[in-house]
Ligand binder design. Structure first.
Ligand code: FES
Ligand code: FE2
Length: 354
């Protein structure tokens, strides 16, 4: 089950060049994306209404897309505007269109009710041309349900174990100490101080041990947005162990998006970076490579977890205090799905059609 009324990341903006036709699948729905002559992105159902061939194997003709099986031509609004050898085009000759937006470094597609598509629900994310940041981007395809990847990002205790030689660097505090979790409108916020954080070599000039203000938001459908910030010793006490107001020494950036492809496959998009005032593009590249090693560690354990789950899908998970994030987020997703599938008020009590 998926929240449909949400913006899903479909691609990096720079992946879709002018004249290119891109196929994507989100939540089992085949999509085709291309740019109009004016650069605006079009997203159509990637399934010709004639014999159901993929339009992504078709041909762009200005702002229109021609199916290259038998030649039906579709306008950017999904209407079929030409059937070879047939002067009359029936009104049902059309494919679905999806609201689409470009924001930050991503192309976002609204998978639900088009009338409910609200661009204000797209959170701020950084783009590669932002002069304040050096960022590097990548993505991984998973053979796992997207919710397992969300769970992983909603509970960073796994850094101490799954990433003990990389991101966790043997720091048990990730698992032993709990973040404060705050409910947001469409997500959760996680915040905590680490007051004895071994500095990585990027920030060693400021001391071997620093304090880390770790704060991130996790938003529907699967957006992980964090700006961890390092501070000199004593900063947590000065901030009364709440959100700091002093300028940090070093800030890193992680914008990530988990997109469900099918029930058992997902795509994980990630941007890793640092403030340009804190270091060079070469440092960002090094940080990216190091982080990507850790992402492969996640992929290894999550895909293995999915295989074990599939052997006995009826087995239930056991919650511990580590799972406040995953549990609350799954509840939020269930609430949003229930709201989407609720029958309109005026139909309550009405007889269901047979
Ligand atoms: S399947 Fe597209 S024109 Fe026939
Ligand atoms: Fe991880």
């Amino acid at each position: 089950m998926w929240v449909r009324n949400a913006w899903y990341v479909a691609a990096w903006r720079n992946e879709l060049a002018a004249g290119q036709i891109m196929a994507r699948t989100i939540m089992h729905e085949p999509l085709v994306l291309y740019r109009k002559v004016n650069g605006a992105v079009v997203t159509l159902e990637d399934r010709c209404c004639h014999r159901l061939a993929p339009l992504s194997k078709g041909r762009l003709e200005q702002d229109d897309l021609r199916c290259m099986y038998h030649g039906l031509k579709f306008a950017a609004d999904g209407r079929c505007i030409e059937i070879p050898g047939q002067p009359v085009i029936p009104p049902n000759a059309m494919v679905r269109t999806y609201p689409v937006a470009e924001s930050g470094a991503w192309i976002w597609v609204w998978m639900g009710d088009a009338a409910a598509a609200d661009p204000a629900l797209i959170p701020y994310t950084t783009s590669e041309d932002d002069p304040d940041w050096h960022i590097r981007t990548g993505c991984l395809d998973y053979a796992a349900n997207y919710q397992l990847i969300n769970d992983n990002l909603l509970d960073l205790s796994h850094l101490s174990y799954a990433h003990e030689k990389t991101l966790g660097r043997g720091a048990p505090a990730w698992a032993n100490q709990r973040p404060r979790v705050t409910r947001l409108d469409r997500g959760l916020r996680f915040q905590r101080w680490f007051t004895n954080h071994r500095a990585s070599h990027y920030m060693r000039a400021h001391g071997e041990v620093l304090e880390l203000w770790h704060s991130y938001d996790f938003l529907v459908p699967g957006l992980f947005l964090q700006r961890p910030a390092w501070y000199p010793l004593g900063s947590a006490v000065r901030a009364n162990h709440t959100e700091p107001t002093e300028p940090p020494i070093f800030v890193r950036l992680d914008d990530q998006a988990v997109t469900p492809v099918t029930e058992r496959t997902s795509r994980y998009y990630y941007a890793v970076g640092l403030r340009s005032r804190d270091g060079s593009a070469a440092m960002a590249e090094e940080m990216f490579r190091f982080t990507e090693t850790a992402f492969h560690e996640d992929k290894g354990i999550i895909e293995a977890q999915q295989q074990v789950i599939d052997l006995a899908p009826e087995r239930r998970m056991m919650s511990t205090s580590l799972d406040a994030g995953p549990t609350q987020f799954r509840r939020l997703v269930d609430e949003l799905i229930a709201r989407e599938t609720a029958r309109p008020r005026h139909l309550e009590g009405a007889k269901q059609p047979a």
